[in-house]
Ligand binder design. Sequence first.
Ligand code: NAP
Length: 309
Amino acid sequence: MTDRVGFIGLGIMGRPMALNLQRAGVDLVVHARRVESMRPLSEAGAVTCASPAEVARQTDVIFTMVSDTPDVEAVILGANGLVEGARAGAVVVDMSTISPLASRVIAKRLAGQGVEMLDAPVSGGEVGAINGTLSIMVGGSVSAFARVLPMLEMMGTNIVRIGENGAGQVCKCCNQILVGATIAGVAEALLLAKSSGVDPAKVREALLGGFARSRVLEIHGQRMIDEDFRPGFKVRLHQKDLRIVTENSQALGLALPSTALVSQYLNTLVEQGLGDLDSAAIYQVLREMNASGGGHPPASDSQIPVSIR
Ligand code: NAP
């Protein structure tokens, strides 16, 4: 492989992803704001840089994995950003989850300087990042995709080019709508079971063999049954992702009521200071909403509708 490779953003996701590239034999040039974030990479031989611009001066393909839209804008277009050092012919691959609209604007700015961009957000969480089994959704040109595919294959197993710039981020929005709505549905089902005096663990077990089967029922369902909301995928990150969905849908004039509902659950958790819990904690908010009515079967026959008495 002849491309020299940079990696910026070495947090929960970025660090194991960069380590997987390194283990596969890629010589890396890295940057993070905090020196300790770079240490595992530098100890394994990576070159460290003081700024994104410095990374760009030394590399041909640069991966970014930072937090939110303003962070990607700062890293790529800001002072000492990639744009100041990137050479014509370079490719920037942004793997953060950010606004599709902003991603297209950034791609256009880079194109003006002869630099291509791919948006390549991921699904699969920290475990997928560590194991190199991420699902990667890519937007951008066919040629840039073909050029970086061997590197994406070092980090993920299900890699799909969805379409042009921004299409990967749109796909990630779709992913977050589905995951959020399914968590809310699983929470309602398990609360109904528990409030009916029926064992939610048995309900989960039975439903996992039928049409309602899902990874969310399997994993988040278990977390709800155990009331163990250690992350996992944090509430505040899911809230950020649904904010991106909402911005995008408003720009398109689309109503997405399930997204609005799930956002309210997540906003409530953040307001309660619980933004660092796993987003399965939606169950907790739902249970609190029903605190006076849930938890026991109807007290008397008079509470049962006449039609089914
Ligand atoms: P994280 O642990 O908070 O790491 C973010 C990294 O970005 C940190 O290393 C931080 O640098 C760096 N960073 C943030 N803003 C920066 C800026 N303005 N300039 C330079 N560096 C900056 O977050 P994460 O969990 O890895 O998530 C990264 C992205 O992946 C997010 O967009 C998230 O939505 C997405 N994602 C996360 C998961 C998950 O399960 N965690 C799953 C799928 C997708 P310092 O270390 O120097 O502070």
